[in-house]
Write a protein that binds this ligand. Structure first.
Ligand SMILES: Nc1ncnc2c1ncn2[C@@H]1O[C@H](COP(=O)(O)OP(=O)(O)OP(=O)(O)O)[C@@H](O)[C@H]1O
Length: 282
């Protein structure tokens, strides 16, 4: 017998509605509306201080949701924190690998923390290391790794729990172009194999253009423009009445206007982030 009752719509990977988060009098996130569709790579772009990291932390449940709602595959980040945590892997900006442990030991630690079943752990750790191209270096101390290898190790740590959603905060900042491409190639290989959704922040506009299905341009706590990179670039060309396709960086400047020169807002590649990363991988 067939049923006429339609299947319930599949939940989006992330839905933020009116998300607001303040540090004292600073509204880091100010009424953020955002949807990450299942299976897509969504890039949250913006200058330093736009509120990207704070928004990501609310989605990961590391920060509470004081106002608005955040859902991950339909689960409420405020009311179902553990259920949300089980669905995602998170690579923060700060160093999350221990330089005194081997690559394998680092990933095994995350497997324990994320409750990967004991009998599956060894194999899952091996698979996660293979997925990021670290099989040969797995038993070396992480302090012997290059910056790109450390980033891939952190990726393996986040992947070991087989997340449906991978959240990356500036995954390639401070890396050379080859190491950056390498990180993205590994992310995309895992996506192709698993259908995992990805929410990423980056300052690199050309990287967002190349790797993100859709981007949200965030400025002062809110998404100010949203679409595929091509849509946003074509939209600006039409507004300017020109045939020359502008870059995503041009679109951002158009959206954010003079705010980008605001000393409290910083620039696209503010040295602060680069320094933070240099310290992280040093
Ligand atoms: N722990 C904190 N205490 C006080 N203010 C904070 C804290 N964390 C962030 N802020 C402020 O909140 C605002 C948003 O910061 P956030 O780190 O979310 O921005 P971002 O877009 O991720 O910037 P970046 O690109 O530099 O990482 C900034 O004004 C920042 O100074």
């Amino acid at each position: 017998m067939t049923s006429d009752i339609p299947a319930p719509p599949a939940a989006d990977a992330v839905t933020c509605t009116g998300l607001t988060y303040a540090f004292g009098r600073t509204r880091a996130v100010d009424g953020l509306d955002l949807t990450v569709r299942e299976g897509e790579v969504f890039g949250l772009l913006g200058p330093n201080g736009a509120g990207k990291t704070t928004a990501l932390r609310c989605v990961t449940t590391l920060l509470p949701v004081p106002a608005g709602t955040v859902r991950v595959f339909g689960r409420d980040a405020a009311g179902e924190r553990m259920a949300v945590r089980r669905l995602l892997g998170y690579v923060p900006q700060q160093l999350s690998a221990d330089s005194g442990l081997t690559g394998r030991e680092n990933v095994a630690l995350f497997a324990r923390v994320f409750d990967v079943r004991r009998r599956e752990r060894a194999e899952r750790v091996t698979q996660a290391l293979a997925a990021v191209g670290l099989t040969d270096a797995a038993d070396r101390l992480a302090k012997t790794y290059s910056g790109g290898m450390v980033r891939r190790l952190e990726l393996a740590q986040a992947l070991v729990s087989a997340p449906r959603l991978l959240i990356l905060d500036e995954p390639t900042i401070g890396l050379d172009p080859i190491a950056r491409t390498d990180v993205w190639d590994h992310i995309n290989a895992v996506r192709a194999a698993t259908g995992m959704s990805v929410l990423v922040t980056t300052h690199y506009m050309e990287e967002a253009d190349q790797y993100c299905d859709r981007v949200g341009l965030m400025h002062r706590g809110r998404v100010r423009a949203l679409g595929t990179p091509a849509e946003l670039r074509r939209g600006l060309a039409e507004r300017r009445g020109t045939d020359t396709l502008p870059t995503l960086e041009d679109v951002f400047r158009d959206v954010a206007g003079s705010g980008l020169q605001d000393p409290s807002g910083g620039g696209f590649r503010d040295v602060r982030s680069t320094r933070r990363t240099a310290h992280r991988v040093g």
